[in-house]
Ligand binder design. Structure first.
Ligand SMILES: *Cc1c(COP(=O)(O)O)cnc(C)c1O
Length: 965
């Protein structure tokens, strides 16, 4: 072949837009490092022992242009058939208000933001999230809600685990409502089994004799039931609590607008999903789950919790609160392994409540119930009988022997209803359901064509007027009663977005988080109805296009990681870890190795690793790291010998969490295999390896990847994510399956038969086109060039900053991988200036701080990624050098230790104009430390936030408006 190999830098190549630095920039940067080509740099950086050959990645087609990729996606979308879904079971049609779609979901100010760990530059999304928490506590009638959970099914599991932690009962028994959603039941079963919880699934009714179940630590109730049944669980809850249990209730937020809240019925914990608050079904996700608890349980909450604190001048400010519960601090003792959650979707759901307000939400709930009532009346009038007389949006119709026929007839008329056994058809209506669609459903049940189904919205439907009629108020805070015109809503969203720093303002060099470009073309198809409006349990024939996309993506990911099969089901990296460890567990059990439960984890590992191991029923044994940041081989051998009989797995991150390519990785994996253990390679740092080495080739048995890092799914302010789990063939049978999956088989022609880890069979499929488009438009050569460019950028930053801040760890040639750790401890010792001061001062310079104090306390970990251009890298370097000079000035006594631009950072506009200026430095030094800021300044809305105050004075709902006066 004489055609030259295509380059990611060709004029029509997408790679040229994705990679921020040009070939000529590379020349300058390589000269700084003393290499004459990217190839030479990578040859020196990546250990030869693990480098892959040249011919791999054959499964990935040559790079497509942006237009070609969109055309291919359109062709895949066309293979899907969007029927009206009346399947329900936790997923409903909903109208995404256009003002929310355009200004949140499609707005990079919202979708490219990071998790709000730096609260001063995250006040907008923190307010949106506290609105979410307030909405959830109001509707559930409980006291404190988090933001957010991954989906309803996993939220129920977290509720069960919370109940076990908080209950005084020593019993391992948990009582489960048989009328739970089927996917929830499947999740409960697999997750309970791993941690030794015994489930008792029971038909619960008001008269149930709860004492007959014996001692138990908790009870779970679905409200309304999966069957649509609305009943009063108060007596069952009270009886369970009387013997020491906690009550977990999964409740439909929309139904709660009409019926008594779980809190008022005695529940300790409420969980569920907020999907039907304006977030499309998306073939299963993503959307935000929720959890709320009664007072006294807030410290047990898993996931992230937004609270109110105050800043340095006493102004109210939001922040993530009670962080001490989280796995990056508590590790194996954390309340949960959840890290990335579903922030963008929680923001959308909260804004749906802000836009509609209490009257609007009540109206939507009332008309939904009215539609169900109208259909029920027509069907019963025709002589059919229903399974329950009290329902909200779902009716089950008794049709012995005819269920299959009716479902088929409805399908032919364009509506998917659910066959709940051969004698029962299940129909769920929603906000979008029309009278015409109800008429088609009636026709499917045998009524004459065009039977009129009159929706009566003037009178309250039965469910809203019966015994469970809701009498308490909700959404009374002004935020839910103000922004009801589109102009107001647009401006509210803009006001909040303006308070935040996202990738649309500048680089976010967060080590371990890979905040790279989320290209517009990649995002484009997420809202296409053919992808967005599919129910996760729709028949296979309706979702052929998405299944095809999934199969291709699975194949590509298997190829680039050197594994045999991939599951896209896990909804975050943490869930991929859990799925992979559960697969290892399943494998050992199948081999009769019931004793293999020890999981070795290096002390430097990401906190989710340890938390996930515990959830997989394993015992964590910590392995030391040496002074170079590598796994201490000596200690590893000692630990392996000590636990030889009980060794289940080693979890190792590659490149290491210190951003270094460890040369001994093959010896490490070999030692674990020799002892009969399995190797889990945490693949969150794949951006340093893609195209150059594969986990499967150097001894990995299973890995998770983070599509929201390496593969361009935006962080969304803290989610959504996708954490695919990839494995060798011997683990395939134990990867997550799902009782409702459209297909049993996966890439590699294998089936995955383990228990599910997500509520939906394919996790969050509606965002998979993002990663698909990235791979498709980069091609294997482009992916390689991205990796090399990312490694170059990190080494360039390390090289330029080295004389100002020691670079903590490097590999053999003095090179780092895709990130570098700047050691601030000498600076702190010499000047008193802390990592926190530098991070906050970076805000004044217009930057998001790098990762703080992970994996080493007192350091900053910088990951520029390949998407930043040279000018932005230079701007960051300039800021860091200037900040070093400021710290030196403090050390030299030019500025007092307690009054200088660093300790006072960040500076608001108000702080430099209000009153008399009494500081030792000037106003210009405060807010315009470099001149370029004069024309492009991000103005932080609050001063430095008092973290301890917020933990001591816990406020996790919208504060009174006067607080901000
Ligand atoms: C980000 C990360 C994780 C966790 O991923 P989530 O999607 O946030 O759950 C795990 N390990 C490493 C090394 C990471 O960087």
């Amino acid at each position: 072949m004489s055609t030259p190999t295509s380059s990611a830098f060709d004029l029509d190549a997408f790679g040229r837009r994705h990679i921020g630095t040009s070939p000529s920039d590379h020349g300058l940067m390589l000269a700084e490092l003393g290499y004459d080509s990217l190839d030479a740099l990578m040859a020196a950086a990546v250990p030869t022992s693990i480098r892959m050959g040249e011919v791999l990645n054959s499964a990935i087609p040559a790079a497509a242009t942006e237009r070609e990729a969109l055309a291919e996606l359109a062709a895949l979308a066309e293979q899907n058939t969007v029927r009206t879904s009346m399947i329900g079971l936790g997923y409903y049609g909903t109208v995404t208000p256009s003002v929310i779609q355009r200004n949140v979901l499609e707005n990079p100010s919202w979708y490219t933001a990071y998790t709000p760990y730096q609260p001063e530059i995250s006040q907008g999304r923190l307010e949106a999230l506290i609105n979410f928490q307030t909405m959830v506590t109001d509707l559930t009638g409980l006291d404190t809600a988090n933001a957010s959970m991954l989906d309803e099914g996993t939220a129920v599991v977290e509720g069960m685990l919370l109940a076990r932690r908080a209950s005084k009962s020593t019993s391992n028994r948990f009582i489960v409502d048989a009328d739970a959603l089927p996917q929830t039941l499947a999740l409960l079963e697999s997750r309970a089994e791993a941690v030794g919880i015994e489930l008792v699934v029971a038909d619960l009714v008001e008269e149930t004799d709860v004492a007959a179940f014996g001692e138990h630590f908790g009870i779970f109730v679905q409200y309304p039931g999966a069957s649509g049944r609305v009943w009063n669980p108060a007596s069952v809850i009270a009886a369970s609590k009387a013997q020491g249990g906690l009550a977990v209730v999964a409740a439909d937020l929309l139904a709660l607008a009409l019926i008594t809240s779980p809190g008022e019925l005695g529940a300790d914990v409420a969980v569920g999903t907020s999907q039907r608050f304006g977030v499309p079904m998306g073939f299963g996700g993503p959307h935000a789950g929720y959890m709320a608890v009664r007072t006294g349980l807030e410290r047990q909450l898993p996931g992230r919790l937004v609270g109110v604190s105050k800043d340095a001048v006493g102004a109210p400010a939001y922040r993530l609160t009670l962080q001490a519960r989280e796995q990056h601090i508590r590790r194996e003792k954390a309340t949960s392994n959840i890290c990335t959650a579903q922030v963008l979707l929680a923001v959308m759901a909260s804004m749906y409540a802000v836009y509609h307000g209490p009257r609007g939400i009540r109206h939507i709930a009332g008309s939904t119930a009215a539609k169900a009532t109208a259909l029920a009346e027509v069907l019963t009038g025709y002589g059919l009988t229903l399974a329950h007389d009290a329902y909200f949006d779902t009716i089950r119709v008794h049709v012995p022997g005819l269920a299959g026929n009716i479902v088929e007839r409805a399908r032919a008329l364009g509506v998917n209803v659910w066959e709940a056994g051969d004698a029962t058809v299940h129909v769920a209506v929603d906000e979008t359901t029309t009278a015409e669609e109800l008429s088609l459903v009636a026709q499917a049940f045998g009524l004459p064509e065009r039977t009129e189904v009159a929706i009566e919205t003037a009178t309250l439907p039965a469910v809203a007027s019966g015994e469970l009629r809701r009498t308490s108020g909700y959404l009374e805070h002004p935020v839910f009663n103000t922004h009801h015109s589109e102009t107001q809503m647009m401006r509210y969203l803009k006001t909040l977005a303006d308070r935040d720093y996202a990738l649309d303002r500048g680089m976010i060099p967060l080590g371990s988080c890979t905040m790279k470009l989320n290209a517009a073309t990649e995002m484009q198809s997420v809202t296409w109805p053919e992808f967005a409006n599919l129910h996760p349990f729709a028949p296979e024939a309706d979702v052929v296009g998405t299944l095809g996309l999934i199969e291709q993506l699975e194949t590509w990911l298997a190829e680039v990681t050197g594994y045999d099969t991939v599951s896209l089901q896990p909804n975050a990296g943490s869930q991929g870890e859990l799925a992979g460890l559960l697969a290892i567990r399943g494998y050992h059990l199948a081999n009769g190795d019931t004793e293999r439960t020890v999981c070795l984890i290096p002390s430097s590992a990401h906190g989710t690793n340890a938390a996930s191991a515990v959830l997989a029923g394993m015992r964590v044994v910590v392995v030391a790291t040496d002074e170079l940041g590598n796994v201490d081989l000596g200690d590893l051998r000692v630990k392996i010998a000590e636990h030889a009989e009980s060794l289940a797995a080693l979890m190792i991150t590659y490149p290491s969490t210190h951003g270094v390519y460890e040369h001994e990785v093959k010896d490490i994996t070999q030692a674990v295999h020799d002892a009969g253990g399995q190797v889990y390679v945490d693949g969150a740092n794949l951006n340093a390896l893609l195209g150059f080495a594969r986990f499967g080739d150097f001894g990995g048995d299973v890995s998770h990847l983070n599509l929201h890092k390496t593969f361009c799914i935006p962080h969304g302010g803290g989610g959504p994510g996708v954490g695919p789990v990839a494995a060798k063939a011997h683990l395939a049978p134990y990867l997550p399956g799902h009782p409702m999956a459209q297909r049993a088989d996966h890439s590699g022609g294998v089936t995955h038969d383990g228990g599910p880890v997500s509520a939906a069979p394919y996790g969050s499929p509606s965002i998979l086109p993002i990663s698909w488009a990235y791979v498709r438009m980069m091609g294997s050569e482009g992916l390689k060039q991205a990796t090399a460019s990312a490694v170059l950028a990190a080494n360039f930053v390390a090289s330029r900053l080295r004389e100002h801040f020691p670079v903590l760890y490097t590999g053999e040639n003095g090179l780092v991988a895709h990130e570098c750790i700047l050691d601030l401890r000498p600076l702190t010792a010499a000047t008193g200036v802390t990592v926190d001061d530098v991070a906050k001062r970076l805000v004044d310079y217009g930057f998001h701080a790098p990762t703080m104090s992970f994996p080493v306390a007192g350091t900053l970990m910088v990951e520029p990624t390949e998407s930043e251009d040279l000018a932005e890298l230079e701007r960051f370097i300039e800021a860091m050098v200037a900040i070093k000079a400021e710290a030196d000035a403090v050390a030299a006594g030019e500025w007092p230790v307690d009054d200088n631009p660093l300790v006072n950072a960040p500076h608001t506009a108000e702080s430099v104009i209000a009153g008399e200026w009494t500081h030792a430095y000037t106003r210009e030094q405060a807010v315009y430390p470099v001149h370029s800021l004069v024309r492009g300044k991000y103005w932080v809305p609050v001063r430095r936030i008092d973290q301890a105050f917020g933990d001591r004075n816990l406020v996790c709902a919208c504060p009174p408006v006067e607080a901000f006066a």
